[in-house]
Design a binder for this molecule. Structure first.
Ligand SMILES: [Zn+2]
Length: 252
């Protein structure tokens, strides 16, 4: 049940057709994992917390640096040197004390990824492909939704992965590893908001998800376009051979 304070806090979104108190209660009961509290993570976390997602688990092993502040809008100069997961939790607690935030300042590895993800829907706000693949592996193995976003300069892309129903991340990307990514803060803000919108819709059960489609954003020409994404029958993660199933069996 929603308290008087919650009804007041969420007043404007409760007015959205198809949302209402029932939708808000669904959000309140929901749990989500946000992997990465950087540029994408800043936009995603602020909006999931503001909208009232009941429990958010944040994972990030980095500390805040001055060079993060052009895009990681969760943080201020007072946070430099602090663990991002902890600083993010402190910031979000000021925004919305009615939700639960769990901060894990841990590096995601092959060994801990299944424990860290548990049963949570996964928001992929990482900045590197190997960790994204680990998250994808858990999503496929446990059939958890994976809300993916990526940025480069003024460009970005996003898609929503529902294992078994849609192509997975490995169907999309074939192991290209860029180094330090150029980026201006508005780009992860745009893409992070797309991801957060998808999460909210999924949790409430409204609208049409970005499944089987890659949304592509070009900030310089200010165009959004869309590409159909196809399942790769030989995909290492979700194809018929699926060698990554072995990872979870070994662990348990
Ligand atoms: Zn796949």
């Amino acid at each position: 049940m929603l308290s008087g304070q919650e009804l007041s806090r969420y007043e404007r979104q409760l007015l959205i057709a198809g949302w209402g108190k029932k939708g808000q209660e669904r959000l309140k009961k929901a749990e989500v994992l946000v992997a990465g509290a950087g540029g994408l993570g800043s936009a995603i976390l602020i909006h999931l917390a503001a909208a009232g997602v009941g429990k958010i688990r944040i994972i990030d092993s980095d500390r805040v640096e001055l060079s993060n502040l052009n895009r990681q809008t969760l943080y201020s100069i007072n946070d430099i040197g602090k663990e991002k997961a902890i600083a993010a939790k402190d910031r979000l607690a000021l925004l919305n004390p009615d939700i639960e935030i769990e901060a894990l300042a841990e590096l995601i590895t092959e060994k801990n990824v299944f424990d860290l993800v548990a049963h949570y829907p996964i928001v992929d706000a990482m900045d590197n492909l190997p960790t994204r693949y680990l998250l994808n592996q858990v999503a496929v193995s446990r059939q958890l939704p994976l809300f993916h976003g990526a940025v480069y300069g003024f460009e970005g892309s996003a898609t929503t992965i529902m294992p078994t129903q849609t192509p997975c991340l490995r169907c999309l990307y074939q192991g290209v590893l860029p180094g330090e990514i150029p980026v201006v803060g508005v780009t992860p803000a745009v893409i992070g908001c797309v991801q957060a919108t998808e999460v909210i819709k999924y949790l409430i059960g409204m609208g049409e998800l970005l499944t089987g489609r890659l949304l592509v954003y070009d900030g310089l020409s200010m165009r959004f376009s869309e590409a159909r994404v196809k399942k790769d029958p030989n995909c290492e993660a979700c194809g018929s051979s699926r060698p990554f199933d072995v990872g979870e069996k070994n662990e348990s």
